[in-house]
Design a protein around this ligand. Structure first.
Ligand code: NAP
Length: 245
């Protein structure tokens, strides 16, 4: 572990699903966790649940599509902690609708998807980078998906060959590219940047038929958020195994 105690993490979309479970697991390791929520009331309710365990979990208003909200969150973290150790870019939407085909998903759905999953993620990362640079061991975890893999989508033998969610898939491919290039830019710093495929997980997005429980669904994010100094950067992982891009 890079730092035994005193680490500070912020998780976007931390009020439910994989983000909330990631917060729980990080807090149980002694990390101070800020659960980002676009609706602060939902974040506070989620944080209350974890505080009952005696964990240091706080809600923070953070809509990744709202620059003023991002700036306010950065200001609060700067005032309260003076640095950020872990940024988990977890918030995302899937609005393609089903069935979805590249020829018919409306451009409005592409815009809505990219606004949150790509532009929001980039904006949050750029805004928090100065505070991450102040960490002794900054970690950025970008929630991608196996659905962002060009190799999987173009392989007829892949389990996701027929799983077309065009705008969402392309947004996660863009997240992968941002991960690789930001890791390249930061390769001589203490900051590691990696992309995570959590698995197909039972959440509002994943649906009830998903095979993975939340406890396992958060493990990839938690592992990448707590990588040791000799851990990887610029990778794309599921459960500690590198994915095909
Ligand atoms: P989820 O249950 O739908 O939760 C998504 C979270 O993102 C919610 O907290 C939501 O807030 C938040 N969010 C959406 N738009 C936002 C915005 N503009 N600003 C801030 N927060 C926003 O999804 P999940 O299944 O936990 O997914 C978490 C991550 O894992 C996502 O990046 C997803 O793409 C990825 N992933 C999931 C699966 C899966 O099987 N579940 C598989 C692969 C990848 P509200 O509560 O306000 O809506």
């Amino acid at each position: 572990m890079a730092q035994e105690t005193g680490r500070v993490a912020i998780i976007t979309g931390g009020n439910k699903g994989i983000g909330l479970e990631t917060g729980l697991q990080l807090a149980r390791q002694g990390v101070t966790v800020l659960l980002g929520a676009r609706d602060l009331a939902k974040g506070e309710k989620a944080a209350q649940g974890l505080k009952k365990e005696g964990l240091d979990v706080r809600a923070i208003q953070l809509d990744v599509t709202d620059q003023a909200s991002i700036a306010a969150a950065v200001g609060r973290v700067e005032r309260e902690f003076g640095r950020l150790d872990i940024l988990v870019n977890n918030a995302a939407v899937m609005v393609d609708g089903r069935p979805a085909s590249p020829s018919t998903v409306p451009v409005s759905a592409w815009r809505e998807t990219f606004e949150t999953n790509v532009f929001g993620l980039v904006a949050v990362t750029q805004a928090f980078l100065p505070l991450l640079r102040k960490s002794a061991a900054g970690r950025i975890v970008n929630l991608s998906s196996i659905l962002g893999s060009l190799a999987e989508h173009s392989d007829p033998a892949s389990p996701i060959y027929h799983a077309l969610v065009p705008a969402y898939d392309a947004s996660k491919a863009a997240v992968n590219m941002f991960t690789v290039e930001l890791a390249h830019e930061l390769k001589d710093t203490k900051i590691k940047v990696n992309a995570a495929h959590p698995g197909w997980v039972k959440t509002d997005m994943g649906g009830a038929e998903a095979p993975m429980e939340l406890t396992d669904g958060a493990k990839t994010s938690v592992w990448l958020a707590t990588l040791p100094d000799d851990g990887p950067t610029g990778g794309y992982f599921h459960m500690m195994v590198h994915m095909r891009w």
